[in-house]
Design a binder for this molecule. Structure first.
Ligand SMILES: Cc1cc2nc3c(=O)[nH]c(=O)nc-3n(C[C@H](O)[C@H](O)[C@H](O)COP(=O)(O)O)c2cc1C
Length: 159
């Protein structure tokens, strides 16, 4: 059973921290979108796609990779993200809404989306930096514990 995580993380490496926890739990390889050949994904039983949220979607490099993927009928995928909204407002509904664009693309390729995870991430975009940003220290230890639990749940869906 092989798992791969494709992650783009640049703002504060928030999503990379999440990806590393998932990778450890699944024994997965981690790669950036620019370093993966779309056809290589066929070698994996489970592929995770993640990034920070930019304009209410995943980063364009992840969305563009999804557009270039070959047909993947019956393959399993999961989606994850970190977002810069105030932590108290980060609901499952908000996370799923941010995931919509990527989810649609993966479903259109035939992937079965077996899980979705999101958590707050430190955000110093535009004017926020003048106030020290929001969600400083996120993802924190509790976020990463939830990440681990999510990944352990995924391990049961593999195969
Ligand atoms: C240009 C830009 C646009 C952003 N747009 C959103 C957004 O639409 N919604 C949101 O919740 N967070 C937004 N954020 C915050 C990031 O999603 C958040 O900080 C995320 O954790 C960054 O992940 P990374 O460190 O892995 O790149 C934005 C940040 C930047 C720099």
């Amino acid at each position: 059973m092989r798992a791969l995580i494709v992650v783009f993380s640049y703002h504060h490496k928030n999503t990379e921290a999440v990806a590393r926890v998932i990778a450890k739990a699944l024994g997965a390889d981690v790669v950036a979108p620019k370093d993966v050949k779309p056809t290589d994904l066929a070698m994996y039983d489970l592929v995770g796609f993640g990034s920070g949220i930019y304009d209410a979607k995943h980063h364009p490099s992840v969305l563009q990779l999804a557009d270039r993927l070959p047909e993947a009928k019956g393959k399993k995928a999961f989606i994850f993200s970190t977002c810069g909204l105030f932590a108290f407002a980060v609901s499952n509904r908000f996370i799923r809404s941010n995931h919509s664009a990527l989810r649609e693309k993966l479903l259109a390729k035939g992937y079965e989306v077996v899980g979705e995870f999101g958590c707050p991430g430190f955000n110093t975009n535009v004017f926020l930096r003048f106030f020290g940003g929001i969600n400083r220290g996120r993802p924190n230890a509790a976020d990463l514990e939830r990440t681990k639990a999510f990944a352990e749940g995924l391990a049961h869906t593999r195969g």
